[in-house]
Design a protein around this ligand. Structure first.
Ligand code: RNT
Ligand code: ZN
Length: 415
């Protein structure tokens, strides 16, 4: 008997069908953020660098410097990641023809058509984002909520452009494209007016979302604070939850790093599922704050995936990743973070979810705790390895060597 066959029997004894779990895992796409490949630098600014409410730390050698390198690195990572993949693009990754450039309020679909070609060639989906940071038009830490109409206009036009582009990407791929609005807007010190900026953000968003696009899923992403913006964030959780609740077709994206350190999005997912038919996520690993460390197979990721699985929300929860560690090999970061998220999803699919629910409803709390704990150490590894084999990607223990080889052959030559 193989390890997998043995594991299959162990799980069957708990009433769990490993084949059904593997099939569900295979069907669930993960949206992989392009920005892990170059520390959120993008292509549209000279010497582009993360800034204005967002930052990366570390300077591990070999980061992608252009479209060709980023595509090559993404493909390398994708070759070691099982399952369906989407590429999550930021507007700052526009690909301009030689000698051409357009500012963010003027970008067009054709600047992203090369990404669509890349996605088609490799069977990836695409998701999209306006880039309302790392740009000189972020004034005083503000964009869509700035008191100056000209600043707001620039960012409204940018966000509108991204929705048009997302629609065209969706048409080209015959798919729905998530377009996520995150703005850094906030204040370093105690604000004298909290509601004014929020009313301006609300009015800006109303303009941004005025047009209906059938291939676009719109969402807004809140945050608790940013570096240099410690005292107030205009787009807070309450603000965007209420905005989404009152604007059909706009969803509230939950980023695991955007809440107080003892607040967990695993608890927010089922709350949102009571009211929304879609819940987009940014899965990341906050260490003390929104540090965007690489996702690991830790307790919170398991809890997040359990909420997705046991609420039958695999089609409702859109799983996107959002981490960027510039201090380690970026390909390894992509592969490790994505595989850990997928492994956690498999873990959740392999829990005796229905039996545990019944125990809770029947107040058999002691038994629930015992069974929950026992199920945690069932032989997940054997099922995960089987999945990797069936998907023709390396098993754990085998992929890091390939990353090291790529570093020696390609990354180390980038200077
Ligand atoms: C920033 C938000 C946002 C970005 C990406 C690059 O705190 O999490 O989602 O990380 O859009
Ligand atoms: Zn995020």
């Amino acid at each position: 008997m193989t390890n997998y066959e043995q594991a299959k029997e162990r799980y069957a004894a708990f009433g769990i069908d490993t084949e059904a779990a593997l099939e569900q895992l295979r069907q669930k796409p993960i949206s992989i953020h392009c920005w892990q490949g170059d520390d959120v630098a993008g292509f549209d600014q000279v010497d582009g660098k993360a800034g204005d409410g967002i930052q990366t730390t570390g300077n591990y050698p070999g980061k992608a410097r252009n479209f060709e390198e980023l595509k090559a690195d993404f493909l390398k990572a994708a070759s070691m990641i099982p399952g369906k993949k989407r590429i999550n693009l930021h507007a700052s990754y526009a690909v301009f023809p030689e000698g051409e450039w357009a500012d963010r309020d003027k970008i067009e679909y054709r600047h992203f058509a090369p990404w669509v070609e890349f996605a088609k060639e490799n069977g990836f989906g695409i998701d999209f984002n306006p880039t309302c940071f790392s740009h000189p038009m972020v004034k005083d830490g503000l964009t869509l909520s700035h008191p100056d109409e000209a600043v707001r206009r620039f960012w409204i036009d940018h966000c509108k452009a991204t929705r048009r582009i997302a629609q065209q990407i969706g048409e080209a791929l015959g798919d729905q494209v998530l377009n996520n609005v995150w703005v850094p807007d906030g204040f370093k010190d105690i604000p004298a007016d909290r509601m004014g900026p929020r009313m301006r953000l609300k009015a800006s968003l109303d303009e941004v979302f005025a047009e209906k696009y059938p291939n676009v899923i719109d969402c807004v992403e809140s945050k608790v604070f940013g570096i240099g913006l410690e005292s107030m964030t205009v787009g807070s959780n309450e603000f965007y939850t209420a905005y989404a609740a009152t604007h059909p077709g706009v969803y509230n994206l939950l980023d695991a790093g955007h809440y107080h350190p003892t607040e967990y999005i695993s608890d927010k997912i089922p709350a949102m599922l009571c009211f929304f038919d879609k819940v987009p996520l940014h899965v990341t690993r906050p260490v003390r704050w929104d540090s965007d460390h690489v996702v690991l197979f830790d307790d919170e990721i398991k809890e997040i995936m359990k909420e997705v699985v046991r609420n039958d929300a695999l089609d409702k929860v859109l799983i996107g990743l959002d981490f960027f560690d510039a201090s380690i090999n970026r390909i390894a970061a992509w592969v490790l973070g994505t595989r850990s998220a997928q492994k956690a999803l498999l873990f959740a699919l392999l829990q005796p979810n229905d039996a545990l629910k019944t125990m809770q409803d029947e107040m058999r709390f002691t038994e629930k705790l015992v069974r929950m704990e026992e199920a945690r150490t069932l032989p997940l590894d054997a099922v995960w390895s089987e999945y990797c084999r069936r998907q023709n990607v390396p098993e754990d223990g085998a992929w890091f060597g390939l990353v090291q080889q790529y570093e020696a052959d390609v990354l180390s030559k980038r200077g």
